[in-house]
Ligand binder design. Structure first.
Ligand code: KIV
Ligand code: ZN
Length: 498
């Protein structure tokens, strides 16, 4: 039987510390419920002593969520521990996560102390937390740069004091995978009471090694990983939940399993990205827009013959409907034929050859080709014009005003107009557009990016829509981000309205 790898999610604590990612309590509860549905074992809900808002969020999350253990962070300070225990009072299973720095940097220049005193403070904090809860996790901050022999002494002492989980953070993301793995191995072999606790990894991504380091720790004996959705976190971020979980699931040679319902991964990724205003990079492993998109002819041909030729994960396993065969000037005949067949065309070899040479000319001019472009390629004259165009946009928004938008569109040559309210100006615009479009669509992704950092910057908007099981994209760029957003929506709609 394989060992269980416990998933400790710190999106709401380490992830939420990132500037611009702060959530209100309602949003945190939504994320916590999503994490529960995902099947995480532990939710680190916050650092209660840090602010009244954080305290209240831990209280409310503990009330709202029942399956995962709810964990609260503290320093090795009695006041912190008292406040954390109070915040956890409604938790079915509560855990206090306390700790202190163990690297020479932290001991000397942060804490102005010495190794023996730090060890004593660590033991005292664990014993103090044990008065409130059975489940106490200890973190040795900056363990990545701590001396292994000293770290082993601290770990042995806090386990003897009652710690049930020992977190070995690579706080600064300094370690290389072999080095971090060797640290865990050293502790497994040199801490006499290590079998009484679980070792946990907590790796930051400053050198892009967080996932590799976490897995190296796991291979060497750690049985809990501390992770965040989309790898969000301080600086370059934390270890990504989705990467570790899918590495374990994909590598049957690792004698491990998790209880994560992987089909919920993509939804959780989108929710966190939109609530925390943190776009997911297109080439992000597992959840990036291009993670299952194939654009070169050789790969497309291979995937169409057998998905596994170029994919190690079935996208359905992570909640993505299907792999995307993107049509660009790099695509081959197989990809073109695949799309045309889906649209109902059955071409002979000669017809396909001709369509393909026309396609290459069109693809050079237009970059990514949509179904509408293909219809045009196949001579469907009525599709030559843009089917949806933005003619006029008028928006009312501001403080103490109900956002309202009036949109005039030209749909297949016919002008029409609608007005709607919304949660904000962009929502109002989208609601007005929805009133005018007959086709049912759902907004999959909405991303606004500034190209430079000035207030006169161009806003670039990327929209993903789903219509009848098909995914289409639209882009807009404008100094006015509301206009850019509507242009992106209209661009995407043009690909489904024809
Ligand atoms: O990175 C770190 O060391 C931490 C601890 C507070 C657990 O986040
Ligand atoms: Zn951290």
């Amino acid at each position: 039987m394989s060992d269980k790898l416990f998933i400790f999610d710190t999106t709401l604590r380490d992830g939420e510390q990132v500037p611009g990612c702060q959530l209100n309590t309602i949003e945190k509860i939504e994320v916590a419920k999503t994490l529960e549905a995902l099947g995480v074992d532990v939710i680190e809900a916050g650092f209660p002593v840090s602010s009244p808002g954080d305290f209240q969020s831990v209280v409310e999350i503990a009330k709202a969520v029942s399956n995962p253990t709810i964990c609260a962070l503290t320093r090795a300070v009695e006041k912190d521990i008292d406040v954390a225990a109070e915040a956890l009072k409604f938790a079915k299973r509560g855990r206090i996560h306390t700790g202190i720095g163990t690297s020479p940097y932290h001991i000397k220049s942060k804490l102005n102390s010495n190794p023996d005193e730090i060890l004593e403070r660590a033991v005292r904090a664990v014993k103090y937390a044990k008065r409130y809860v059975e489940d106490v996790e200890f973190y040795a901050e900056d363990a990545g740069r701590s001396d292994n022999e000293y770290l082993a002494r601290v770990v042995e002492a806090v386990i003897a004091a009652g710690a049930t989980v020992i977190n070995i953070p690579d706080t600064t993301g300094y370690c290389l995978p072999a080095e971090y793995g060797a640290k865990i191995k050293y502790l497994m072999e040199n801490v006499s009471n290590v079998h009484k606790a679980i070792l946990s990894t907590h790796c930051h991504n400053d050198l892009g090694m967080a996932t590799a380091n976490s897995l190296s720790g796991v291979i060497n004996g750690a049985r809990q990983v501390e992770v965040t959705i989309n790898g969000i976190g301080e600086r370059a971020g934390n270890t990504s939940l989705e990467e570790v979980v899918m590495a374990v699931k994909t590598h049957h040679d690792l004698p491990l399993h998790t209880d994560i319902n992987t089909k919920e991964i993509y939804g959780a990724s989108r929710l966190v990205s939109s609530l925390m205003n943190m776009p997911v990079q297109a080439n992000k492993a597992i959840v990036g827009r291009n993670a299952f998109a194939h654009s070169s002819g050789i790969h497309q041909d291979g995937v169409l013959k057998n998905r596994e030729n170029y994919e190690i994960i079935d996208p359905v396993e992570v909640g993505i409907q299907e792999s995307a065969i993107v049509l660009t000037a790099r695509s081959g005949r197989a990809a073109l034929n695949h799309h045309l067949e889906q649209m109902g065309y059955n071409l002979t070899k000669e017809e396909l050859d001709e369509a393909y040479s026309n396609f290459l000319v069109m693809a050079d001019q237009r970059k990514n080709l949509s179904e509408k472009d293909l219809a045009e390629l196949m001579g469907e004259k009525e599709n030559l014009d843009k089917t949806v165009e933005l003619e006029l946009l008028q928006v009312v928004s501001g403080k103490s005003t109900i956002p309202m938008a009036t949109v005039h569109l030209k749909i297949k040559g016919e002008s029409c107009a609608a007005t709607a309210e919304g949660n904000g100006p962009i929502d109002a615009c989208f609601n007005a557009v929805k009133k005018l479009i007959k086709q049912k669509f759902t907004l999959g992704e909405f991303l606004v990016q500034a190209l430079t950092r000035g207030s006169d910057d161009l806003g670039k908007v990327h929209v993903q829509l789903e219509h009848n099981g098909k995914v289409v994209y639209g882009f807009g760029a404008n100094v006015d981000i509301i206009t850019a957003s509507v242009e992106a929506l209209v661009d995407a709609l043009s690909k489904v309205v024809y």
